[in-house]
Write a protein that binds this ligand. Structure first.
Ligand code: ATP
Ligand code: MG
Ligand code: MG
Ligand code: MG
Length: 469
């Protein structure tokens, strides 16, 4: 049965409300957490509770959390199921229910509420967790050929950041039935990375604390942390293989087709660029809405990289002119129903994207020429750290862009030296200005931010603090 992503999100949250969970709003993408640059999972706002540093007033919570993962950036556009920005649905238990109920709840939601046929679901458990295995086998009665034991790389979650709460997990996979990329269809299971099986839900038994060396200690409570990607669930329910073919992306992709005069689904190379622009436009909007400005460090640099990467893919699709604003407007129109802050900060978001885009287009062409020349002359298919740094410093190419272009032509880039040169430059700048952020452009961005009155940012305040759980 077809359902909109909006319905699926709401069904999830109200299902868990019916099961005595308190629904709370997404916390910001920028966590109040010195260990993390962005909120990478639904559990991040609750780290202090899991950790035992803060007492919960509700022991059952459900959220739809805005997440951002930069570690997936190279997958974006190339796999059917990775975004940088995505929404993670979750239910959490702080010392309340544990393995059995968590598994039963997830199963009930998927098979009864969403009515996913049981035969389409497969499960993995941590190979040293016989308890979880038996719950699936004896209580849920999942056939044992669809219950896979895997190691720590796959079935252990966390800690997010260098230390913190973590534990073994169990993952639920949806069988798309798509076997065209499978080298061994007969023996294909979720362990195969051909893309047939999509991990839709991870149920984590958060019962340990890991220190920076990886030493484990039991936490004071046994907790549950689950995460189900809204985009992936929606793809499964809407019967499409790729997250980008769900209603979450369709109108954004339509807008890209229109603005850039291209057609989605005609050739893979263009499709990758279209998907990258679609993904990055969402990420850009959600990072900017929290008041981060493009810069050369930290979160601002992640934002800059994402904007420039999107612009470069627009350029690959044939444009030399600014194109992002219509796409960003479409993202805001699509997403502000659930995230009204986007609409409130629309002017600000558009202004910043526009100036960053303009600035990058000024140097993009020359930078590309420079890189072409260097690759033509090269005999060893290597790009030195100095060249990568020059491309960054003079033409505004973040490392990722140089690397992406180089790799398309079979070149590699010297990252270590690039990083060194970056570090040296930052140190010089710090000495020169006495501050971490610098540069005229940044002052210009700050001016835009201060001119737009609605720009009172509420980032950094965790919703668990706001609601005083
Ligand atoms: P994968 O193995 O596919 O990269 P993961 O194991 O890294 O996923 P988790 O950390 O377990 O993912 O996150 C919980 C859930 O969030 C996943 O089961 C998936 O539904 C969703 N999810 C994770 N990463 C992404 C992403 N980059 N884009 C969209 N959804 C994601
Ligand atoms: Mg992953
Ligand atoms: Mg996984
Ligand atoms: Mg997982």
């Amino acid at each position: 049965e077809w359902m909109s992503s909006k319905d699926i999100r709401e069904k999830f949250l109200s299902f868990f409300e019916k099961k005595d969970h308190k629904r709370i709003k997404s916390s910001p993408l920028i966590p109040n957490d010195p260990q993390l640059m962005f909120t990478v999972a639904g559990m991040v706002p609750f780290k202090p509770i899991f950790w035992g540093k803060m007492e919960p007033t509700h022991t059952r919570i459900t959220t739809c959390q805005k997440c951002l993962r930069t570690n997936d950036i190279e997958n974006v556009g190339r796999t059917a199921r990775h975004q940088t920005f995505f929404e993670m649905l979750g239910n959490f238990s702080f010392g309340d229910y544990f393995k059995e109920e968590a598994i039963e709840l997830a199963w009930e939601f998927l098979t009864k509420e969403l009515k996913i046929p049981e035969e389409k679901l497969w499960v993995s458990v941590y190979n040293e967790d016989p308890e979880a295995y038996d719950i699936w086998k004896d209580k849920i009665k999942i056939p044992e050929n669809k219950l896979i034991k895997m190691g720590k790389d796959d079935n252990w979650w966390g800690p997010p950041g260098p230390s913190g709460p973590c534990g073994p997990d169990t993952e639920i996979f949806y069988d798309t039935g798509v076997t065209k990329n499978c080298p061994d269809v007969e023996n294909c299971t979720p362990e195969c990375d051909c893309g047939r099986f999509v991990e839709i839900w991870n149920v984590v038994f958060t019962e340990f604390y890991s220190d920076e060396e990886g030493n484990l200690e039991p936490l004071s409570r046994k907790n549950i942390d689950t995460g189900a990607g809204l985009e992936r669930l929606t793809a499964a329910i809407q019967g499409v293989y790729s997250n980008f073919d769900t209603d979450l992306f369709q109108k954004i992709i339509k807008e890209i087709e229109k603005s850039l005069n291209v057609k989605y689904g005609e050739n893979e190379k263009n499709d990758i660029s279209i998907r990258i622009i679609a993904d990055h436009s969402r990420a850009i909007s959600f990072i900017l809405v929290e008041g981060v400005l493009p810069s050369n460090e930290g979160r601002g640099y992640v934002l800059r990289r994402i904007i420039r990467r999107a612009v470069r893919h627009g350029n690959l699709l044939g444009t030399n002119n600014k194109f992002m604003s219509n796409i960003i407007k479409r993202v805001i129109a699509e997403m502000s129903g659930f995230y009204p802050e986007l609409k409130e900060k629309e002017d600000f978001i558009l202004k910043i994207v526009d100036s960053e885009e303009e600035r990058f287009f000024e140097t993009l062409e020359r930078g590309l020429q420079k890189l072409e020349e260097i690759m033509k002359k090269s005999v060893d298919k290597k790009i030195s750290g100095e060249v990568a740094f020059e491309l960054y410093d003079t033409y505004g190419f973040p490392f990722d862009i140089t690397k992406e272009i180089a790799e398309e032509q079979g070149f590699s880039v010297d990252r270590a030296l690039f990083d060194d040169l970056m570090e040296q430059q930052k140190n010089r700048a710090r000495k020169a200005t006495g501050s971490k952020e610098y540069g005229a452009q940044n002052q210009a961005y700050e001016k835009i931010a201060s001119q737009i009155k609605s720009t009172i940012f509420t980032g950094y305040i965790n919703n668990i603090e706001r609601e005083k759980l």
